[in-house]
Design a binder for this molecule. Structure first.
Ligand code: ADP
Length: 540
């Protein structure tokens, strides 16, 4: 039996350990105090009402008939004062909270018991006591020990009070029995409420513990996450650095590759230039030696004829002279060209621009070529759309340009070919075209023939003499006139050289410094020099 009583008194609270138990009681205490505050207010309102009501009864003579109302009146005064005191002085005394709570419960139960005793005399009812017991047991948290002590002691008060104040047996009996039932009910309800609160607390504790656990794991997780993020950021930085280094290395490699390529290109260009230069010198040596050999051999032959007393007839002598003459012109032309090219390179070559009739210059030099051309079996056809066209030009240079193109046209054509020279105006340019129906120039060489020392494969121009500087000189002379030169050619069909000279004049020049077409002898001399590559010519 004692075992069950002990179990009843202790069971739930035992499952809460020291510190948590203290916390539970503190929490219960604060719940109780806040509810007691409500009860105190309700009690004040009720007791004020009852004091007034019973006070009025005194005036009506109720107290005289029933002196118990006087006691009830006093009890209502007590029931009014104590809650006022509770609210006014004690509720907020933090030091004595536990005693204040216990005091209020004791007051509530004892006061209702006292009220019940008075009521018993008036109405033979314990209604106030039952309200008190129910209200306290249902709404206030008490541990079983406390509730047993409070209810049982209040029951003793009821029982003793009934015995002392009542004399009717059935009232005593019913009061003692009802009081006992109320007390047991109060204890049981208190116990149930207490148990609920303990369980609730334990549940909250678990939730709190779990929340704390969750918070802890969240913190751990966050820490791990931030560590991982840092690691990743570091790894990322390292990666970026590695990529940068590898990029720098790649760029370095590319740069050295580029430098190497550039050097290679420069080397190739130098080698190519060297090759061309070498070919040029070989060519020049050949070009110099050939006419020299011819002159030398002819002289030797004439010498041996004289030595051996052989008489040389006029025709033969004139042929020998002719041969030596032509080769002297070839040497002169070659040396002139080399000197001019060197002057152009060093910037000493100057042309003398004057306002001159370009139609006349081209026509005159063409006419002076006709005898040579016809002698070699070529037709030279001149055609101009204009009678006269004055532009800024150097007549001597224009002559050299035209002669060079004409000598090439003859050199690279088969006898009986036609050579056309035409002049016309277009878009503020004077166009001069020199066309032949000779051997033509392969497409891949058309761009390079204007470069210095370039000759189309010897095999295609076999039998034709040349140094490879004629067209380069022509191009430089045209450019000095701010003009351009181009070629259109088809292998086996012929070539057309097109010169475009700007239609401009120079100031400060008098038309009077007129192109004095050099005397015929001079021009013939010039033509002879330029045409000295073509052998089949007669010099008189
Ligand atoms: P070259 O003294 O060898 O004639 P050029 O600079 O005048 O030197 O000409 C360069 C090369 O262009 C010639 O060797 C020849 O192969 C080619 N060429 C020039 N004019 C003609 C043309 N009218 N027909 C065919 N080939 C030509």
């Amino acid at each position: 039996m004692n075992k069950y009583i002990a179990l009843f008194l202790h069971s739930e609270i035992n499952s809460i350990s020291g510190n948590d138990r203290k916390q539970f009681f503190e929490k219960s205490l604060s719940v109780n105090l806040s509810r007691e505050k409500t009860y105190a207010i309700l009690l004040i309102i009720w007791n004020v009402f009852m004091v007034v009501y019973i006070g009025l009864g005194a005036l009506n003579g109720t107290w005289a008939r029933m002196p118990e109302y006087k006691y009830e009146f006093y009890l209502h005064i007590v029931g009014l004062l104590i809650p006022v005191l509770f609210l006014w002085r004690f509720l907020n005394k933090s030091k004595f909270k536990s005693s204040v709570n216990l005091g209020f419960i004791l007051f509530a139960v004892y006061w209702t018991a006292a009220m019940a005793l008075v009521d018993l005399s008036i109405n033979q009812q314990l209604i106030v006591y039952s309200i008190g017991i129910m209200a306290v047991s249902v709404s206030l948290i008490m541990n079983p020990k406390e509730s047993c002590l409070i209810y049982i002691s209040s029951y003793i008060l009821i029982a003793v009070g009934t015995l002392l104040t009542q004399n009717r047996a059935e009232i005593i009996e019913s009061s003692i029995l009802n009081g006992l039932i109320l007390v047991v009910l109060g204890i049981v309800i208190s116990k149930i409420i207490f148990s609920f609160n303990v369980k609730d607390f334990i549940k909250n504790l678990t939730i709190e513990a779990k929340t704390a656990e969750l918070e802890r794991s969240q913190i751990i997780l966050e820490r791990a996450l931030s560590e991982r993020t840092e690691e990743l950021a570091l790894a990322n930085e390292q990666l970026v650095q590695e990529i940068n280094v590898s990029h720098a290395l790649e760029i370095q490699a590319l740069e050295s590759e580029l430098k190497y390529q550039k050097k290679l290109i420069a080397l190739n260009e130098a080698m190519e230039y060297e090759k061309i230069r070498g070919e040029f010198f070989t060519n020049i040596s050949h070009e110099l030696r050939t006419p020299l050999n011819i002159i030398f051999c002819t002289l030797q032959m004439i010498n041996s004829f004289i030595k051996n007393g052989i008489e040389i007839d006029k025709v033969r002598m004139s042929r020998y002279m002719n041969l030596m003459h032509q080769n002297c012109y070839r040497l002169t032309r070659l040396i002139n060209n080399i000197i001019d090219i060197t002057k152009i390179d060093s910037g000493y070559f100057k042309i003398n621009l004057r306002n001159q009739n370009i139609v006349k210059i081209v026509e005159d030099i063409t006419l002076s070529v006709i005898p040579f051309a016809e002698y070699n079996g070529f037709n030279v056809i001149f055609n101009s759309e204009m009678e006269e066209k004055v532009i800024a030009c150097d007549p001597d240079m224009i002559e050299r340009i035209i002669l060079n193109l004409l000598s090439n046209a003859i050199k690279f054509s088969v006898p009986n070919g036609n050579i056309y020279i035409s002049l016309f105006e277009m878009n503020n340019y004077v166009i001069i075209k020199v066309r032949d129906n000779g051997i033509g120039i392969p497409e891949d060489k058309q761009r390079t023939i204007f470069d210095r020392f370039i000759q189309v494969d010897k095999s295609t121009s076999r039998g034709r003499e040349g140094s490879g500087i004629g067209l380069s000189l022509v191009k430089s002379l045209v450019e000095m006139h701010n003009g351009i030169i181009d070629v259109i050619s088809e292998l086996g069909k012929g070539s057309e050289f097109i010169i475009e000279l700007p239609d401009v004049t120079v100031k400060s020049d008098q038309e009077s410094a007129e192109y004095s077409s050099n005397n015929l002898v001079d021009k013939t001399e010039v033509v002879r020099i330029e045409f000295s590559d073509i052998y089949t010519m007669e010099y008189k």
